[in-house]
Write a new protein. Structure first.
Ligand code: NAD
Ligand code: LMR
Length: 337
């Protein structure tokens, strides 16, 4: 029995994500929450002939508490998306408060749930959830995940395009580490399951790295003011959620990159910190999933000189983004004293 909950379920990501979760036969209950339209989305999805019982909730009448009651896994795509010319950090002002409010609801109603954060800027919203949980004395670093799967999905697609065979895309695996914005997105192309053509020029290689790092901008530009990636994100979010669900049901050996706490006693956390050469509270690396969430963090492994430089460039930005999230929660609690 698995109850999955989507917070922000009526949005551009929320609706197709809810559809894909409804289509997942392992999900037996699907709770949808948003500030608008969830009764309609839930009624629509509830006619699909799959096991999940679907219910939609709105803020009145304790909707957040009701949707979160009994939740095993909570996915959060609530918040505003970018418009052309904006960075993900520009979303912080609005999304930080939304995420903190939802995290407070989870901390008080479903503190043991596995929490998957999609709302941007992920590098800062994940620390916001963690700090909120800490304030409530319920933080378990193994149960909190920043969803970076879209970067991994993009890397698979773009590499298979360069190899010249899109049919390979589902099989191409490229670890993408760091975080989820610009230079913090670090694709380890030297570790691709399918090597790049040896004829690929240095410039084309650099362009590929850039395209993976800034793939989100491509979509924001093409949507021309109508938002950012929604369908590919829903696909990626559902993929990652499905892996977490399989792992918590006991399947072993599931590995996926995710932005997680390094301040955890999970195997490999200390070794990863050592590889990074400095303490970082959060980092995205290959994570082995288990019944309790993060079971093991994989090392970065052998990097090329270029990849080492990319990791080095990502670290100061991550430090700044993490600090912004931590400070937001600290300040907001100070303000309420
Ligand atoms: N992690 C990633 O890789 C990734 C990829 C794409 C988008 N995103 C981010 O996901 C977020 C959502 O994007 P979108 O395109 O779905 O936006 P959207 O505007 O289409 O949908 C967001 C939904 O959140 C709802 N919402 C707002 N405040 C809420 C609250 N307090 N409680 C519950 N729901 C609330 C809105 O009503 C809306 O339905 C954005 O921050 C975007 O940047 C992340
Ligand atoms: O680019 C964005 O703002 C949305 C998302 O983070 C993405 O990578 O597509």
């Amino acid at each position: 029995m698995v109850k999955a909950v989507v917070l922000g379920a009526a949005g551009g990501i929320g609706q197709p994500l809810a559809l894909l979760l409804k289509a997942n036969p392992l999900v037996t209950e699907l709770g949808l929450y948003d500030i608008v339209n969830t009764p309609g989305v839930a009624a629509d999805l509830s006619h699909i002939a799959t096991p999940a019982k679907v219910q939609g909730f709105l803020p009145p009448d304790d909707g957040l508490k009701k949707v979160l009651t009994g939740a095993d896994i909570v996915v959060i795509p609530a918040g505003v998306p970018r418009k052309p010319g904006m960075t993900r950090d520009d979303l912080f002002k609005i999304n930080a408060g939304i995420v903190k409010g939802l995290a407070t609801g989870i901390a008080t109603t479903a503190p043991k749930a596995f929490v998957l954060v999609i709302s941007n800027p992920v590098n800062s919203t994940v620390p916001i959830v963690a700090e909120t949980f800490k304030k409530h004395g319920v933080f378990d670093p193994k149960r909190l995940f920043g969803v970076t799967t879209l970067d991994v999905v993009r890397a698979s697609t773009f590499v298979s395009e360069i190899i010249g065979d899109l049919s390979l895309a589902p099989k191409v695996v490229v670890p993408v580490v760091g975080g989820h914005s610009g230079v913090t997105i670090v694709p380890l192309l030297s570790q691709s399951s399918h090597p790049l053509p040896s004829s690929l020029s240095e410039d084309s290689h650099a362009a590929l790295v850039h395209r993976i790092q800034f793939g989100g901008d491509e979509v924001v530009k093409a949507k021309d003011g109508a938002g950012s990636a929604t369908l590919s994100m829903a696909y990626a979010g559902a993929e990652f959620a499905a892996k977490v669900i399989r792992a918590i049901q006991g399947e072993k050996g599931i590995v996926a990159p995710s932005y997680v706490s390094l301040e955890s006693d999970a195997e490999g956390a200390a070794a990863l910190t050592k590889e990074l050469g400095q303490e970082l509270a959060y980092f995205s690396s290959n994570v082995e999933l288990g019944v309790d969430g993060v079971a093991k963090l994989h090392p970065l492994g052998k990097l090329t000189e270029g990849e080492q430089a990319l990791v080095k460039a990502a670290i100061p930005e991550l430090v700044k983004n993490i600090e912004t999230g931590v400070k937001f929660v600290a300040d907001s609690y100070k303000a309420t004293l």
